[in-house]
Design a protein around this ligand. Structure first.
Ligand SMILES: *[C@@H]1O[C@H](CO)[C@@H](O)[C@H](O)[C@H]1NC(C)=O
Ligand SMILES: *[C@@H]1O[C@H](CO)[C@@H](O)[C@H](O)[C@H]1NC(C)=O
Ligand SMILES: *[C@@H]1O[C@H](CO)[C@@H](O)[C@H](O)[C@H]1NC(C)=O
Length: 330
């Protein structure tokens, strides 16, 4: 009898503990490509940086990675670029692109952004690799029609967005069917690929006598910093949806592409002590209304006040200092 009560008590304790944990997102999915892209690189030994080891939990992607010459390096480049741009773009936000593994347990606004950034990075890296001759089987991209105006000319080697789009979709198995959650993941992933490959920029050099621009020789290039910045805007405009058939109504409307997420973000304000911010307005956000500490730091700038000493026949530079104010959340 005593044991029976104990068991009842225990089950009660466990069930009440589990209640708040219940996720909107169906749990226990296998690792996704984006989750591996955003997992930390700190314990990857240098010998493995150009290997496909970090993808071993994904059957299809790791097989492709090992099989195709040049791809390992491209994928690792996509991984490091994704993390670098995410941290740089969110340096002065409440979420600074940290604790990334946590965000792949559900589908938060942050997760949606990371899915799109990871796929855009693959597309970008592939397009660039084609133009640099690092991926056998693809060449310079076809830049298409010349812009209006007389003195334009294609030259150099454009990034191959068309190849990159096709390749990335296949690599990430975009045609694979899946449940509501996977459909949303795929949707966010596709937005990343589209934003990367549909925003080529003209990169031109002037040719002509003494700086006159008689001929403009141009190529089309992708700019990952700009791609990531576009995705950050989509992150701000992301839409909270319920899992289900919601996707269909968003599809096919090219102008209304929004990242989609299923779970409301956790409260970042519990975790911003020690963070740096860069203006009154920004500090109010990052420090969640707490007043930031202001510290003056001196930065040594050793390349000024240089004097040529003719007697010693060398250049002497005075070390000069610059003051900078650093704002830190309490
Ligand atoms: C992000 O913020 C946390 C504190 O909230 C800090 O420990 C971490 O170093 C920051 N990461 C980056 C990349 O700035
Ligand atoms: C603060 O950081 C943002 C984002 O990096 C930047 O755009 C802005 O110019 C910075 N503001 C100041 C006052 O440094
Ligand atoms: C260092 O000093 C030079 C010359 O005065 C100046 O042009 C440069 O902006 C300074 N750099 C920094 C980081 O303060």
């Amino acid at each position: 009898m005593f044991y029976f009560i104990l068991v009842l008590l225990l089950t009660n304790v466990f069930s009440t503990n589990e209640e708040p944990e219940r996720a909107t997102t169906p749990k226990s999915r296998k690792k996704s490509f984006a989750a591996l892209v955003f997992s930390s690189t700190t314990n990857v030994p240098p010998s493995q940086k150009e290997s496909c080891q970090w993808l071993r939990r994904l059957k299809h992607q790791s097989k492709q990675c090992w099989k195709r010459r040049g791809l390992a390096k491209i994928l690792f480049h996509a991984k490091t670029q994704s993390i670098e741009q995410c941290q740089s773009l969110f340096k002065y936000d409440q979420w600074n692109c940290s604790k990334r593994d946590f965000f792949f347990k559900k589908l938060y606004r942050e997760t949606a952004f990371m899915y799109s950034l990871a796929s855009s990075a693959v597309a970008y890296s592939v397009a660039r690799a084609c133009s640099e001759g690092h991926l056998p089987g693809c060449k310079c991209g076809d830049p298409g029609k010349l812009p209006e105006g007389a003195n334009w000319q294609w030259g150099g080697c454009s990034d191959n967005s068309k190849f990159a789009k096709k390749f990335t979709k296949k690599f990430l198995q975009m045609k694979k069917k899946g449940d509501g959650l996977n459909a949303i993941v795929r949707y966010n992933t596709e937005i990343g690929i589209n934003v990367a490959t549909e925003n080529e920029e003209l990169d031109c050099k002037c040719h002509g006598v003494s700086g006159s621009c008689t001929v403009r020789v141009c190529q089309k290039k992708l700019d990952f910093k700009k791609i990531a910045a576009r995705l950050k805007i989509l992150y701000h405009n992301a839409i909270l949806v319920k899992p289900g058939n919601t996707i269909r109504s968003f599809k096919g409307d090219k102008n209304a592409q929004n990242l989609l997420f299923l779970d409301s973000s956790p409260n970042f304000c519990l975790n911003t002590a020690g963070r740096q911010c860069n203006s009154t307005e920004n500090c109010a956000t990052v420090c969640c209304g707490r007043r930031p500490h202001s510290t003056e730091v001196t930065i040594r700038n050793d390349t000024c006040d240089c004097v040529f000493k003719s007697e010693k026949f060398n250049v002497d530079c005075e070390p000069c200092m610059q003051k900078k104010t650093v704002l830190t959340c309490p």
